[in-house]
Design a binder for this molecule. Structure first.
Ligand code: PLP
Length: 291
């Protein structure tokens, strides 16, 4: 396979970097997670331009100068999927600092950009899209660095997510639910969270969760269904007594949550509103919508 690397297609095995790569040491860089569906049938990469826009916003927040324009990064994504002959793929655009110097300052370093893609199935397990997952409130919180970075997908901030997921998996759960510094529900390690109660859809406001593109897609689909949506602070016990709960993310798509901290949610399976929104989501990503 090939990886787009600083403007050129590069064989997969040669797409390497130096051990003194600044981002490897200090963790500052930006990235995206994007999915392509049915690429061989010509379906476009799902919301590609929105992901590219967020990548550039992330770089702007971190004051990381982007050496390429948006059109080039969009074209790179399309080319990577096509040249690798992929059908349904996960794409990873990523920007990182070079190895010209050590120390914290980075304004004198080169910024490198890669776009890689590979076939990737359901992130949290195919059967869990139907059955739902079991999650656990994390002892790791969505701390202030993350909280000021709700608009950026930045590499360094994933230590928190990784520790939270690691803890959840070690304890026998499928995913983690992170609270913010004040104890309100924030998000999963790589997903936004929604709950349903009495037919109303709730999701945490964006003070402590990433501005998720799937979150926005789901809110639009829910609106089209005439569902009432409320963005607000959500407490842990509000999740316990929800009729339904689910995660959204490019990787996780729409994954039902059947249990939180050993409390069964609703009927302990995929709820009806979750199922409707999930079906609409898959129809949309597979380009099967009528309108
Ligand atoms: N929250 C975090 C921390 C993430 O890493 C992601 C993944 O991208 C999401 C939420 C979901 O965002 P999106 O729907 O844009 O993929």
């Amino acid at each position: 396979g090939v990886i787009w690397y600083d403007g050129k297609m590069c064989p997969w095995r040669d797409a390497t970097t130096h051990v003194l790569t600044h981002t490897l040491h200090y963790g500052m860089g930006v990235f995206e997670g994007v999915r392509a569906y049915d690429a061989e049938q010509g379906t476009a990469i799902f919301r590609m331009r929105d992901h590219t826009d967020r990548l550039f916003r992330s770089a702007h927040i971190l004051q990381m100068p982007m050496p390429f324009d948006k059109d080039t990064i969009n074209q790179a994504q399309l080319d990577v999927v096509r040249e690798n002959g992929l059908s349904s793929a996960y794409l990873r655009p990523m920007c990182f600092y070079g190895s010209e110097g050590m120390g914290i300052r980075a304004d004198n370093l080169k910024v490198h950009v890669i776009v890689a893609a590979w076939e990737w199935g359901s992130y949290l397990g195919k059967e869990n899209l139907e059955k739902g997952i079991r999650i656990r409130t994390s002892s790791y919180t969505r701390h202030h660095v993350n909280i000021t970075m709700c608009k950026a997908k930045a590499n360094g901030n994933y230590m928190n997510s990784m520790l939270a997921l690691q803890e959840a998996l070690t304890c026998g759960y499928d995913e983690a639910m992170l609270l913010d510094a004040e104890g309100y529900v924030a998000e999963g390690s790589g997903e936004n969270i929604f709950i349903v109660r009495n037919g109303v859809l709730y999701t945490p406001d964006l003070t402590s969760a990433l501005e998720g593109i799937t979150r926005e897609t789901i809110m639009t689909l829910a609106q089209e269904q005439g569902l009432e949506i409320r963005e607000k602070r959500i407490t842990r016990d509000e999740v316990y007594v929800a009729d339904e709960a689910f995660f959204t993310g490019t990787a996780a798509e729409v994954t039902p949550i059947r249990e939180v901290d050993n409390r069964t949610i609703g009927n302990g399976g995929r709820g009806p509103i979750t199922e409707t929104l999930q079906t609409l989501y898959f129809d949309q990503v597979h380009g099967r919508r009528e309108d």
